[in-house]
Design a protein around this ligand. Structure first.
Ligand SMILES: [Zn+2]
Length: 247
């Protein structure tokens, strides 16, 4: 299968090789696709968008999150070609993460709510016209875990904090008619990409997230796969031509 390298999938494989197994949720006996994690009858693989992005992403995850079929960091890693993922540990720092943070081609931004941070560190915009490409560091964990990661990772202390403005968030929620009060990691990433001028990737990720949610829920409810939704139509524009014909 030919698709963009996905750092979350690599972390999953690595954990499995180390003998770490996911905790199997009850009622999830159906076989999942290895490549997209959706139940095979509703496989998402034909719907993986192909877009160019100037920005990169770096997901900081908990060990559990890597195995969750509902994790949306995976979708970001499918869409953004320059994707990195690390499992956070309070006691150990991954040297590759430190190398990435100090790589001169990147301008890292830690995405976090500004109200928890000293105001001088907070920015609401992304510098797009400089030599360095934006690298969005996303804490892909529950809110409680994310706060802990934020507090206990001294190597993030020097980074600017990208805080999404409430009006931007609510405008986004209105436009997407998002059901939940809090945005998931993929939705936050789409907003970051949009801020960085990667508008195609932002739209593709939004549509991909909607399509994923629908496949995931339809499979769970044992409904037929429906590929005629507006999100599927929107996503069509970002598929490889050969894939779009067979989809
Ligand atoms: Zn699949």
């Amino acid at each position: 299968m030919n698709h963009a390298p996905n750092a979350v999938a690599r972390l999953r494989d690595q954990r499995e090789e180390e003998g770490i197994k996911p905790i199997q949720a009850r009622g999830w006996r159906a076989t999942r696709c290895r490549a997209c994690r959706v139940i095979e009858s509703h496989c998402l693989c034909a719907w993986r968008p192909q877009v160019e992005t100037r920005s990169g992403v770096c997901l900081i995850m908990t060990g559990k999150e890597v195995f969750k079929p509902s994790n949306t960091g995976w979708l970001i890693a499918d869409v953004v070609r320059d994707n990195h993922a690390f499992i956070w540990s309070r006691t150990e720092v991954d040297q590759q993460l430190l190398a990435l943070l100090s790589d001169p081609q990147w301008q890292p931004y830690l995405v976090f709510p500004g109200e928890y941070v000293a105001p001088e560190r907070v920015t609401h915009s992304v510098a797009v016209d400089q030599g360095r490409r934006p690298l969005f560091i996303l804490l892909d964990a529950t809110w409680t875990e994310a706060r802990k990661i934020f507090r206990k990772s001294p190597y993030f202390d020097a980074l600017p904090i990208l805080s999404l403005l409430p009006e931007k968030l609510s405008r986004y929620q209105l436009r997407r008619s998002t059901r939940s009060e809090h945005l998931c990691t993929a939705e936050v990433a789409a907003l970051c990409l949009d801020l960085a001028g990667d508008v195609e990737a932002a739209s593709a990720l939004d549509a991909y997230f909607d399509v994923f949610s629908q496949h995931y829920l339809d499979a769970k409810r044992q409904l037929e796969m429906d590929v005629s939704t507006p999100a599927h139509t929107e996503l069509m524009a970002y598929l490889q031509p050969a894939v779009a014909v067979t989809a």
